[in-house]
Design a protein around this ligand. Structure first.
Ligand code: PXP
Length: 242
């Protein structure tokens, strides 16, 4: 089975910083600790309203990280210009609504195909690896491939919020979508809402190559520190894979 990468999302270090409007806690310091703790990549979402990560954070991450930066972004001209300047390793296209607390669902690649096409082409043309954050749905996988995105990230939020038989059924959707997408030649990532409790069944899906995890890891860091929080997640992922 191919290895499973862990991307650590540092957005919520910036959420805490911005609660007081100062410079601490510094999300770049968190990113460097994550890097030293064994994270395979850093993910950061520059939202339109700049509620957590700032433009300056993205510039500093691009400059200071040795591991790949995955920039989560809405498909807008403004974000495209920032991505082309920052040149992250990867860009994950997410839907964005101002009133939402977090990314509430996958992007509708089928419905927004014409609007997404030039943005995905421009990012890809600049050597940025584009992923589409989608629901585990065959039509969205087909459309992502047609769009020319090499990667999809499957939204695990519904699975994470469910329990019992409903959660089992949602896991099955994710597993089927991962297999279907990999057969199309897409690289499969997954993320949203993953915790120590729910990560293993997702990490055990052999076609998934990367998990992006943020909110839980940053919250857990309050109690056990960021290094331990990340390394425990890494161990659970590795256990699930063997
Ligand atoms: N992947 C994507 C595309 C996301 O938008 C987010 C949340 O910003 C995550 C992963 C991480 O989700 P969580 O913070 O719930 O772990």
């Amino acid at each position: 089975m191919k290895s499973l990468r862990l991307g650590v999302n540092i957005d919520h270090v910036a959420t805490v910083r911005n609660a007081r409007g100062g410079a601490t806690p510094d999300p770049i310091r968190a990113a460097l600790i994550a890097q030293a703790a064994g994270a395979d990549g850093i993910t950061a979402h520059l939202r339109e309203d700049r509620r957590h990560i700032s433009d300056e954070d993205i510039a500093r991450l691009s400059r200071d990280l040795e591991i790949p930066l995955n920039l989560e972004m809405a498909a807008t001209e403004e974000m495209l210009a920032i991505a082309l300047k920052a040149r992250p390793h990867a860009a994950c296209i997410v839907p964005e609504k101002r009133e939402e607390r977090t990314t509430e669902g996958g992007i509708d690649v089928v419905g927004h195909f014409a609007r997404l096409k030039p943005i995905v082409s421009a990012l890809g043309g600049a050597g940025i690896r584009v992923s589409m954050f989608i629901e585990p749905d065959r039509k969205q996988l087909d459309a992502s491939r047609e769009l020319g995105a090499p990667v999809v990230e499957l939204h695990t939020g519904a699975y994470a919020n469910a329990s019992g038989a409903a959660q089992d059924a949602l896991l099955k959707h994710i597993r089927n979508a991962a297999e279907f997408g990999a057969d199309l030649g897409l690289e499969i990532h997954a993320g949203h809402g993953l915790t120590y409790e729910n990560v293993k069944p997702v990490a055990a899906i052999p076609h998934i190559r990367e998990l992006n995890i943020g909110h839980f890891l940053i919250g857990e860091a309050i109690f056990i520190g960021l290094t331990d929080s990340i390394q425990k997640m890494r161990r659970l992922m590795d256990d699930a894979r063997t």
